[in-house]
Design a protein around this ligand. Structure first.
Ligand SMILES: Cc1ncc(COP(=O)(O)O)c(C=O)c1O
Length: 363
């Protein structure tokens, strides 16, 4: 029997270990080496492996392979965009809370980072409009599909409004959507990019669909910005990891990826359900996002909570939680907890949330 005091980690948003397709990658690597061996081992186009770029362009309306760059994971692509577009002192808008590593990137290039409150249906539009007018930001970074760290999925209406407002102010939008295909309930929403293809660059990644160690992410956008990124990429790493891209291309071509997405939905859907049901059952005092997909459920502790004590008591109960400060551009958000669920079985999720509720009631 499992020790009920076993450590339960709600720390990092990583795929389930059992979802990583080791054997399949081994087989496909052998196959693509036979097919493309020489070109995958040589320096190549800094925009990435062209069969994969063409395949990605085919999947999206308004995209041509000229407007696609495939790089070493989407985080590095974001780093390149930030370096290319943002000068020290420029204003950058992000959702508050937002993905902690993205905030680090914007801070590192010297941006003045401002947060737009993220509501349960997307960014607060009044606040966005005021900030666009008063701060004239260079860029808005948004994660409309099952946001990290909250799980919020922006409504179609808000996406359209965000695209309209940013277009009016000439602010570039970076739409980061690595969780878009991992929807367990409800129907897909339009991308922000579909409302303004010239003013939005859309990034995504195979990290959550195949495995993060592949380091394959992509960005779609206006060919002008993609060409600028390609020059930056060439000066940074010459060529991305073509072998990984060749393998991913094969997985997409033979239909394995689509089937794997269905399997991931079957694996993760019940884990999200366990998270939401356990919160209803064991922690009804808290307030959380009824996520419909992705990797995270964001939770706000009741207003009167002594947050430092909550976190130290949670540690004593063998719960590992990410520090919330990193998700907030203004370093606020002490009462926030991110619950990543994919790497935990439903019974571990239930036990973890039971402990969370118990910790809060013990204060
Ligand atoms: C919103 C978001 N963007 C980007 C990334 C990084 O993805 P990649 O592995 O493609 O660099 C993550 C990873 O957790 C993420 O949550």
């Amino acid at each position: 029997m499992k020790d009920v005091r076993e450590k339960i980690s709600f720390n990092r948003g990583v795929p389930a270990a059992e979802s990583l397709p080791g054997r399949k990658i081994g087989e496909v690597t052998k196959e693509v080496m036979g097919r493309y061996g020489h070109s995958l081992l040589q320096y190549g186009d800094s925009k990435g492996f062209s069969p994969l770029r063409e395949r990605l362009a085919d999947r999206y309306e308004d995209a041509t392979s000229e407007g696609v760059l495939v790089g070493n994971g989407s985080l590095q692509i974001l780093d390149m965009i930030a370096n290319l577009v943002v000068d020290p002192g420029d204003n950058v808008l992000v959702e508050s809370p937002s993905y902690d590593r993205a905030l680090t990137i914007f801070n590192r290039v010297g941006a003045e980072v401002q947060g737009v409150e993220l509501e349960k249906d997307g960014p607060n539009l009044e606040e966005l409009e005021v900030l666009l007018e008063t701060h004239r930001p260079k860029l808005l970074y948004t994660i409309p599909d099952f946001q990290n760290p909250t799980g919020v999925c922006a409504t179609g209406k808000k996406r359209e409004q965000v695209a309209r407002l940013t277009a009016k102010h000439g602010t570039l939008v970076v739409e980061d959507s690595p969780y878009r295909k991992l929807r367990y309930r409800g129907g897909e929403k339009s991308t922000l990019r579909s409302f303004n293809p010239e003013g939005v660059v859309q990034m995504s990644s195979f990290s959550k669909l195949v495995g993060p160690g592949m380091r394959v992410g992509w960005v779609l956008g206006d060919p002008k910005i993609i060409n600028d990124l390609a020059v930056y990429a060439e000066d940074t790493y010459i060529t991305p990891s073509l072998l990984s891209q060749g393998v991913v291309n094969q997985l997409v071509e033979e239909g394995w990826l689509e089937k794997n997405i269905e399997e991931l939905v079957r694996l993760y859907g019940p884990r999200l359900k366990a998270t939401l049901e356990s919160l209803d059952k064991y922690f009804p005092e808290a307030d959380w996002v009824r996520a419909q997909g992705g990797f995270f459920v964001g939770l706000w502790l009741p207003d009167n909570t002594e947050v430092d004590r909550f976190y130290s008591r949670a540690e004593e109960e063998n719960l590992v939680l990410a520090s919330p400060a990193g998700f907030f551009p203004d370093r606020g958000g002490e009462g926030f907890v991110r619950l990543p669920f994919p790497a935990l079985s439903p019974d571990r999720i239930e036990e973890g949330i039971k402990r969370l509720g118990k910790v809060w009631r013990s204060l």
